[in-house]
Design a protein around this ligand. Structure first.
Ligand SMILES: Cc1cc2nc3c(=O)[nH]c(=O)nc-3n(C[C@H](O)[C@H](O)[C@H](O)COP(=O)(O)OP(=O)(O)OC[C@H]3O[C@@H](n4cnc5c(N)ncnc54)[C@H](O)[C@@H]3O)c2cc1C
Length: 470
């Protein structure tokens, strides 16, 4: 790198990437380093809000944080990092339009997150949707609303019930929250659809293990199962999805569920495009390996100079002795705190000081299960119902980065409390041009050139022509 100011390249502006950049802006002195964040999305997504976005309790735009607005001195590049050649400290940046280019850096921070982990089950890749992006949450919300509209216009019968059936696959936190929020949303919608009955709506969650929500105690998870069943949402434990073709979800138990909405939340894996497209070391689960201070290390434990990683894409040792396999579990609690430590450590290393280890003891887990209902667990302390829901809203409302964003979310909740949730369905934004296109005037298609007039001698009388045609 020829530039005298060192360049820090952050790959991914999600939880860990956004916080790293945000904190670097605070720690670095003017001119001490140039920070560049590259992400194909111009915003950081507050993923814990996706179930509430899908249920219409949070406006979609409020659940994301515009990078350019909140990163004042960081260079934001809206593109994908498609290759990291750390041996030469060069990354390939590929925008959605135009040619890819190479960016040299001095320090790289890989925070490219995770993607939905799926299995090669027939129909899943084509018919299911994840819950990892704001676009997915918006789609699920609008789809459910559209299906209510369509069902209300049909006579009672199997097609109507298919439209009113939701299947969620995966009973982890994200799956249960999505499932419970959608059930709650559907129940509230019924008041606006007198043609439809509660018994025609069907909610099924499929979980391969014998329990849900490993983050809470077995007792608490059993309470959640009972509570969901009471609300008309059924969890199939020890059951796998074996197919999802032609609107039918087939289960390992032999059951078949006809549905129009399949949400896949059965786990995540470290972003394979970024990890495989780089020469940085990774472990067998595909995560970039780091040591406690978040610097990347190779299989022998040697520090890879100038490389850092955090969040879901990284295997960061959990120095509290917890974690799964000795590593921090992939969650926002870790991603944010790792990012804050990483920003401090990177600044320290640039100044020739020593970095510190990241140590964070899990605070517990809190989940929203629809309006006024939730679950919270920290050690042996468990809260259920309204109190836990209050803890969920309180925690996440305040954890949303920046006051500008907190305010929008809190204000939205306040409005919904008095006005009810917003049930406007904007599914038509997927095809916005059709409104204009349908009535737009177009130039008349070119007419075929007229044949040159024949000389008089060649012209046959009409009667002769008719006779020839017979
Ligand atoms: C529905 C849901 C609910 C959740 N609820 C909770 C909760 O209540 N509590 C909790 O602690 N955790 C929760 N989590 C988990 C938590 O959100 C994640 O662990 C956290 O977002 C991980 O942060 P990250 O920065 O590693 O990844 P992300 O936040 O996913 O950010 C990754 C970023 O990398 C970008 N990127 C991808 N590919 C490239 C590329 N090629 N080049 C450049 N950039 C790229 C992405 O666009 C994205 O912006 C939830 C997750 C989900 C899906």
């Amino acid at each position: 790198m020829t530039n005298t100011v060192p360049r820090i390249l952050i790959v991914g502006g999600g939880y860990a990437g956004f916080y790293t950049a945000w904190k670097l802006e605070k720690h670095l002195r003017k001119g001490e380093a140039q920070v560049t964040v590259v992400d194909p999305l111009p915003y950081m997504t507050y993923l814990p809000f996706l179930p509430e976005v899908a249920a219409g309790s949070i406006e979609a735009r409020h659940a994301v944080v515009a990078l350019r607005r909140h990163l004042a001195s960081t260079e934001v590049v809206t593109a994908r990092v498609t290759k990291i050649d750390h041996a030469h400290k060069v990354a390939t940046i590929t925008p959605s339009e135009g040619e890819a280019w190479e960016l040299e850096y001095d320090q790289i921070v890989v925070t490219a997150g995770s993607v939905s982990r799926t299995f090669p089950i027939p129909g899943i890749a084509d018919n299911a949707i994840g819950m990892k992006a704001i676009e997915e949450a918006v789609w699920v919300r609008d789809k459910l609303l559209s299906n209510f509209d369509k069902a209300a216009a049909l006579p009672p019968g199997p097609e109507r019930e298919r439209l009113l059936t939701v299947v969620v696959v995966g009973g982890g936190f994200a799956g249960i929250e999505t499932f419970a929020e959608l059930r709650n949303f559907a129940s509230s919608l019924l008041k606006k659809y007198p043609q439809l009955t509660f018994d025609e709506t069907h909610f099924h969650l499929i979980e391969a293990m014998g329990r849900i929500m490993p983050e809470v105690s077995l007792k608490t998870s059993e309470w959640v199962l009972k509570d969901l069943a009471k609300r008309g949402a059924y969890v199939h434990l020890d059951t796998q999805v074996t197919g999802a073709v032609d609107g039918n979800v087939e289960l390992s138990t032999g059951e078949v569920i006809s549905t129009d909405i399949i949400v896949w939340t059965a786990g995540v894996m470290a972003n394979p495009q970024v990890v495989k497209g780089s020469d940085l070391p990774s472990e067998q689960r595909g995560r970039i390996t780091t040591q406690g201070d978040l610097r990347v290390i190779d299989a022998d434990g040697n520090v890879v100079e100038g490389a850092w990683a955090a969040g879901d894409v990284a295997a960061v040792p959990d120095l509290t002795g917890g974690g799964v396999g000795g590593f921090c579990v992939p969650n926002a609690q870790h991603a944010v705190r790792q990012a804050k430590q990483l920003a401090k450590n990177l600044t320290a290393v640039l100044r020739g000081e020593l970095p510190k280890d990241y140590i964070h003891k899990n605070l517990g887990a809190v989940a929203g299960l629809g309006l006024y209902n939730g679950v919270f667990q920290s050690g042996n302390i468990a809260l259920k119902g309204f109190l836990a829901w209050g803890a969920h809203r309180g925690y996440h409302g305040l954890a949303m980065p920046s006051w500008e964003r907190k305010w929008r979310v809190l204000w939205g909740w306040w409005n919904n409390f008095w006005l009810g949730r917003d049930v406007v369905n904007l599914e038509a934004v997927q095809t916005p041009r059709r409104f204009f296109d349908e009535f737009a005037s177009r130039p008349r298609p070119p007419q075929p050139a007229e044949a040159p007039a024949k000389p008089a001698a060649e012209k046959a009388p009409v009667a002769e022509k008719a006779a020839a045609a017979k």
